[in-house]
Design a binder for this molecule. Structure first.
Ligand SMILES: Cc1cc2nc3c(=O)[nH]c(=O)nc-3n(C[C@H](O)[C@H](O)[C@H](O)COP(=O)(O)O)c2cc1C
Length: 317
């Protein structure tokens, strides 16, 4: 077992990569609440090669991420290996490992043979891992699905293939690419992968509560659990704490301030959804969500949080 990965398995609740969600602000919040490791959003290897400033920004860790994982996507083994080396040079000690996205189902990605489409070309997927593992000194890992479709479930043989190619860990999301995020995740395939390989395995899919995470560890024997949608608006999942209404509002403000600190205050639209997630189950959430959906400036967002806090105080909470 790679000792570098081993270190992160001591705290096995990890924040899964989520494009458009796990930006530096949200990752910082999850680190503060005890996430074992955080990943970048998926980053195009080609985008890095062509030097896009926006793509490059995605591989930057937040100050509180002493180490973090970068996830690359692409299908050209040479480009992936070259860009892995660029990422390693750029991040130095801050880079925990490099993950390869073999699970993204969206047409823009899979339609080009990247992301989950690599599950249909295991030889190519293995070559990508082998070349990347040669090009960098940090561990190379992969995240994939149960298979491309229900009829072609191949996570077990795929994982074995990637292990032979030099993957240091595999993360398995128990849905097919065709399922996208619908239906229930099949945890039995995660257990089968765990039983079939000797490298560490992380499980993903339908981890909504801390209890789900513990159940996945027990039922599948996984070495780490990836928390994805269950962490949105609920970073307390990492420490197993039930937040009060006041804690939710305080964290909304913390999220707003971190986001503006990292990204500036010009394009705050992503915060409409991100902050609304903290309102899940809150009385009056519908009204607050509606207000958030029109917010554009820092003052708009802060004003909504102020009003919600005043409302709580009036109720004596
Ligand atoms: C909005 C969104 C963006 C995602 N982006 C990525 C990504 O960039 N890379 C990746 O490997 N998985 C990505 N995923 C998949 C998650 O990491 C996770 O495997 C999946 O959501 C299943 O877990 P869950 O059912 O607990 O949400 C994304 C999921 C969502 C909902």
């Amino acid at each position: 077992m790679s000792s570098a990965i081993d270190n992160f398995l001591k705290n096995p609740l990890w924040l899964a990569p989520m494009a458009g969600v796990t930006d530096r602000a949200f990752r910082t919040i999850c680190i503060r609440h005890g996430a074992g490791i955080t990943y970048s959003e998926m980053v195009s290897a080609k985008g890095l090669q062509y030097g896009g400033a926006q793509t490059f920004a995605l591989i930057g860790p937040a100050p509180e991420e002493q180490q973090f994982a970068v996830q690359l996507f692409g299908s050209d083994p040479l480009c992936m290996a070259d860009q892995a080396a660029v990422v390693e040079r750029q991040l130095g000690e801050r880079l925990a490992f490099i993950d390869v996205n073999m699970g993204c189902p969206v047409r823009k990605v899979a339609g080009k043979g990247e992301g989950s489409a690599l599950m249909k070309t295991p030889d190519l997927a293995a070559e990508i891992i082998a070349r990347m593992a040669d090009a960098v000194s940090v561990p190379v890992t992969a995240k994939f699905r149960s298979g491309w479709t229900e009829e072609t479930i191949n996570a077990v043989s795929f994982a074995q293939r990637l292990e032979e190619a030099g993957a240091a860990l595999v993360a398995v999301h128990g849905r097919t690419a065709r399922q996208f995020y619908r239906g229930e995740a099949d945890w039995s395939i995660i257990r089968q992968v765990k039983e079939a390989v000797s490298i560490p395995v992380a499980g993903s899919g339908d981890v909504w509560t801390r209890e789900d995470a513990e159940r996945m560890q027990k039922e599948c024997g996984v070495d780490a659990v990836l928390v994805a949608r269950g962490a949105r608006g609920n970073p307390w999942i990492f420490e197993g704490v039930e937040p009060t209404q006041r804690m939710r509002l305080e964290t909304m403000r913390e999220h707003l301030d971190l986001f503006v600190g990292f990204e500036g205050d010009e394009h705050l639209t992503p915060l409409r959804a991100q902050l609304a997630w903290y309102l899940h189950g809150t009385p009056g959430a519908a009204t607050l969500r509606r207000e958030l959906s029109f917010a554009t400036s820092y003052e708009d967002f802060a004003g909504i949080i102020d009003a919600a806090e005043k409302h709580l105080s009036r109720e004596g909470r």
